[in-house]
Design a protein around this ligand. Sequence first.
Ligand code: GLY
Length: 346
Amino acid sequence: MSELLTLKGTNGVSEIHIESGLLARAASVIGETFSPSRIHIVSDSTVAPLYLEQLEQQFTLPVTHTVIPAGEEHKRLSTVEGIYHDLLANGMTRKDLIIALGGGVGDITGFAAATFLRGVSLCQIPTTLLAQVDSSVGGKTGVDMPEGKNLVGAFYQPRLVLIDPAVLATLPDQTFADGMAEVVKYGYISNREILDMVSAPDYKKNIERIICECVRIKRDVVTIDEHDTGLRMILNFGHTIGHAAEKLGNYVDLTHGQAVAVGMVAAMRLSAMLGNEDLSERLIGILEHIGLPTELKYGREDIYRSLLSDKKKFGATVNFILVREPGRAEITPIGAEKLHEYVLKL
Ligand code: GLY
C-alpha cells in the first residue's frame, strides 16, 4: 500500500509519503519535489551504518553528510553549531536541501534547517516507529538545554516526510515498543480502531496501516493547531505524568515510550477520580501485550513536585488530557491543590 498525505503549515506544505520500500527510491521522490544543487544529510551513529550509503548513492548531485553521536545527550546547541559548520564548509545555500535520516536526529536537524540561512528546505526520513508516527510530522524542531528538554526550538514544517515501514525490521524490540506507546495514545485520543488493531496477536503485520492511521490523526490535529495553543495538546495524553516520571528517572530509568505508557495509565486513573468511566483495565492489557510497563515506580509526592515544574509552563493549573471514551479526549485544567489530592491516590 502507499499513502500520500499533505499538511499545510505556515512555512509551506508538507508532503508525507508512507510506503514500504520507500527508502530505496527516496531520491526519485525527492526529485519530484526539489531541484537543489546539493544535499546535506544529517544522521547518527546508529542509523548511518545501516542506511546512509544506500541513500547517498541514489543521488547524482553532490551529497555531503554529518554523522552525530546517537543519544539524547547530543541533542544540544553545540551539536547544531557543528552541523552549521559542515553546511557552510560544503557550500550549502538556501536553495539546497537538508535531509534528516534517522529517528533521533529529526528535532535537531529540523532546528538546523529552520535557522541556517534563516531556513533551508528539509526532508525527514524517520527510521524509528516513534519518529514515523509522531516526531517527524508536524514541524516541532529543537534542542535540549541543561535546564530541560526541548527548551529551544522552532515550528518548521519539513517539505517532505518519507516514511518507510520496512526499515522498522532492524529496530530492537524495546525501541519498537517505545513507538507503540505513541500508537496506543492515538487510539485513545482519536481512533478506537487502532486499539483493536494493536490488540491482535500479530499486530506487527499491520504496522503500515497502523502508521497511516496515526499520521493521519497527527496531520489533522496539526492542521487545526500548528502552534500548539489548543487542540494539539491532546497529543500529550500520557505525557504529563510521563514527563514527570521520565525526569525523576533522570531520563535513564525509563525510555520515553515507557514513561508515556505509565503516564497514560495514571491519566486514566485520574480521569476515573474525576467521575469518568475507568478505562485503565483495557489499557493495561494492551500495554502488557506490547511489552510496556504500566505502574509508576516513584513516590507520589515526588511525582507531584515533578509535575509542578511543568505547571510553571501553564500558570496556576496543569492541563491534563483525559479520555472520556476510547477515541475521544479532552483537555482538562486541574488546579494544584486538587492535583495533589489526586496524585497521592494514584
Ligand atoms: N509530539 C507532540 C506534538 O507534536 O505536538
